[in-house]
Ligand binder design. Structure first.
Ligand SMILES: CC(C)(COP(=O)(O)OP(=O)(O)OC[C@H]1O[C@@H](n2cnc3c(N)ncnc32)[C@H](O)[C@@H]1OP(=O)(O)O)[C@@H](O)C(=O)NCCC(=O)NCCS
Length: 177
């Protein structure tokens, strides 16, 4: 039984491990530097202090994945962006394909809608076909592709921007009966 709940300090080792698991072998995150629990602790404090969510999907004591959103661009500098948020999601590989990611995105969308947000953005590595397909299934549509803006493993990488409107019911996301 998977439960979606707010992340707390005791989850940070799992959150860190889940992020680091794919770092050395994939381009899904454009860094080579492993995350640490201390860095994730500062991040959790910063994100929650800003009123943004960090959710984990937990199966008993085991954290299967986590998701969060924050400002898309600097809303202190440009308040006009405050209706738009950008998400991050990571699910443990052993739990892929079991609906965990969908539960986490649903929780983010419910949270964002309750706060009057209008648009959710996912910024995805162009080689991360799994994530692009996943976001399509969750009602996101590709709205932009920025060629060669990133780099990892000596390769220039594209950034794919996907967007979902939050203040309309998206029929594409209603499960088939
Ligand atoms: C992308 C990711 C979050 C998907 O999580 P998940 O728990 O496996 O996804 P779910 O099981 O909830 O799948 C939800 C839907 O997406 C689809 N989907 C998931 N992975 C897919 C894939 N690789 N290819 C095609 N469709 C996929 C599922 O079929 C499902 O559709 P349905 O509910 O209509 O049947 C997960 O693979 C992951 O964490 N990947 C590594 C990190 C990453 O890339 N994060 C995103 C960075 S932008």
């Amino acid at each position: 039984m998977v439960e979606i709940r707010a992340a707390h300090d005791g989850d940070l080792q799992d959150v860190t491990d889940i992020m680091n698991a794919l770092l050395a072998t994939t381009t899904c995150e454009w860094t080579d530097t492993p995350h640490t629990v201390e860095e994730r602790r500062a991040w959790l404090e910063r994100v929650t202090a800003a009123g943004h969510p960090v959710f984990v999907a937990a199966d008993g004591a085991s954290v299967l994945g986590w998701a969060s959103y924050g400002d898309f661009r600097d809303t202190a500098k440009w308040p006009g962006y405050s209706g738009t948020v950008e998400l991050t999601i990571h699910v443990r590989e052993a739990a892929w394909g079991r609906g965990v990611g969908r539960l986490l995105i649903d929780a983010l969308i419910t949270h964002a809608r309750a706060r009057g947000k209008h648009v959710m953005i996912a910024a995805i590595d162009g080689e991360n076909d799994a994530s692009i397909r996943f976001h399509e299934r969750l009602g996101f549509a590709e709205v932009g592709r920025l060629p060669g803006v990133g780099e990892k493993f000596g390769r220039r990488l594209d950034l794919v921007l996907m967007q979902r409107a939050l203040d309309v019911v998206d029929v594409a996301n209603v499960p088939e009966r």
